[in-house]
Design a protein around this ligand. Structure first.
Ligand code: GLU
Length: 283
């Protein structure tokens, strides 16, 4: 199998050292394997994405010395593919519409009988208020959620998992059913404002782009469990995963896009060389 990986930034801000690490690592791994490094623009969240950030991403990555094949996949042009995946999950009877706002969810979770306020990769675990609703009752302002219990039941006796090639938890990882049920819960598959979600889009694109290894930050380790589950439900292959450590500031806080002082553009303006950036992130 020919190695293929991708760097998949969202154009919602300037790239920082953490992005440089992820992109350079993916690129180096593709080079070492004689494979391909792809760039994907994850711009489904239209209101937060800006063309100037997309232009800055291309400029920063070229400056770092990275190359990738054209055309670059842009998620905003792929809604038909995401709809098809969502419809497949709906046809398997694994979804329900949800009209709860964030405030409704917080309110339900602070009720005495719902004292366990677990926080999953997408925030608080949904308390299941709308779980009994059928898809025929879906209104235009509803989100669509995965019924995690039914999704796990559908796996039957299968024990799907993934191979981790990263340094933090190397080896085989089986899906953790208990964690998916209690710490992840009924994730949103289609947001009411954008009609899809990061989870669905990333799974469909990794499969359609024949990605063999996903290189990404360790902050997405829990989300990877959701992605592997969706791959199995959708009959798509599971790639290997390489979760890498996060670049932190001197206080140990992970870098954020709003932290412009550590943006690559800022270092470039200061005359820092790309080779120095490589050293700064430990490559
Ligand atoms: N767009 C996501 C991010 O910027 C991509 C993460 C991934 O799946 O690699 O965090």
């Amino acid at each position: 199998m020919i190695y293929r990986t991708r760097f998949a930034p969202s154009p919602t801000g300037l790239l920082h050292l953490g992005h440089a690490f992820s992109a350079l690592l993916a690129f180096d791994r593709a080079q070492a394997a004689g494979g391909t490094f792809l760039l994907r623009i994850e711009d489904i969240d239209r209101p937060r994405c800006k063309p100037e950030f997309e232009a800055a991403i291309l400029e920063d990555l070229h400056w770092l010395g990275l190359e990738w094949p054209s055309p670059v996949l842009r998620q905003s042009e792929r809604m038909t593919a995401y709809d098809a995946a969502l419809n497949r999950l709906i046809s398997l009877d694994l979804c329900y519409p949800c009209r709860c706002t964030r405030r409704d969810i917080r309110g339900a979770l602070s009720a005495p009988q719902e004292s366990a306020m677990a926080t999953g990769p997408d925030g608080p675990v949904y308390p299941g208020t709308c779980r009994g609703r059928g898809m025929e009752s879906a209104g235009p302002n509803d989100a669509i959620r995965l019924d995690m219990g039914r999704a796990l039941d559908r796996l039957g006796d299968a024990r799907p998992g993934f191979t981790e090639t990263g340094p933090l938890h190397p080896g085989q990882h089986l899906l953790d059913r208990a964690a998916l049920l209690h710490e992840v819960g009924d994730v949103v598959l289609a947001r009411r404002d954008i009609g899809t979600s990061y989870h669905v889009a990333v799974v469909v694109d990794d499969a359609d782009q024949h990605i063999t290894e996903v290189v990404r930050g360790a902050d997405l380790f829990a989300a990877t469990q959701i992605h592997v589950l969706l791959q199995v439900l959708l009959g798509r292959p599971t790639p290997c995963y390489h979760h890498h450590g996060l670049i932190r500031d001197e206080r140990g806080k992970r870098l954020a896009k709003r932290d412009d002082a550590r943006s690559l553009a800022h270092y470039r303006d200061q005359g820092v060389a790309p080779a120095t950036i490589r050293r700064m992130v430990g490559l």
